[in-house]
Ligand binder design. Structure first.
Ligand code: HEC
Length: 156
């Protein structure tokens, strides 16, 4: 029995080593164009810009700031799948290229996700403590989101 457990342990260890070699492409595009970026097109104030960049951009933009453990498997696969799904739903770098209708519905969704504490994901804030949004910041964000919602609605 003991010998069998030892074998299983060794096998698991080897699998753990083997999967380290699987490193999917990084979500990093240094030369990218920022003309459609959400924070730039909306002329976001610096406190708002900093909050959204710190708490949302790692999964909702074309550039993720990875931490050392993000490179360790199986964490790497988990992180990369969140980025892929997050970007599909909402890419802040491309927000300005969305139709007005899509922008409005995304603004609505952003407000809701922040209000209900669904975003940023808990699995993310567990290790990225600086991404946690406190109550005061939450209110600031929601007020600002609402203000740009009205602006763009009255324009069109
Ligand atoms: C760790 C990665 C991660 C972070 C950080 C993150 N998100 Fe997300 N987000 C996702 C994933 C994955 C989805 C898609 C699955 C889901 O809805 O849970 C998503 C979905 C969304 C949606 C839903 C889109 C829709 O149309 O319904 C919105 C809005 C959103 N995120 C906003 C935000 C905002 C705002 C922040 C920062 C305050 C943020 N997210 C931070 C990963 C992340």
């Amino acid at each position: 029995m003991k010998r069998k457990l030892k074998k299983v342990g060794i096998a698991l260890f080897l699998v753990l080593i083997a999967i380290q070699f699987y490193q999917p492409a990084l979500n990093q595009n240094p030369g990218q164009d920022y003309t459609n970026d959400f924070l730039i097109t909306t002329n976001a104030p610096s406190n708002i810009s900093k909050l959204i960049k710190t708490s949302c951009y790692d999964c909702h933009s074309n550039n993720t700031e990875y931490l050392w453990y993000d490179y360790v498997q199986p964490a790497r696969m988990f992180v990369e799948s969140h980025i892929k799904e997050g970007k599909e739903e909402l890419n802040f770098n491309e927000f300005g290229s969305y139709s007005n209708r899509k922008q409005q519905s995304k603004l609505e969704a952003i407000g809701k996700q922040i209000k209900s504490d669904e975003m940023p994901l808990t699995s993310y804030t567990l290790l990225h403590r600086d991404a946690i949004i406190n109550e005061v910041q939450k209110q600031e964000l929601i007020t600002w989101i609402n203000s740009i919602k009205q602006n763009s609605l009255s324009e069109k």
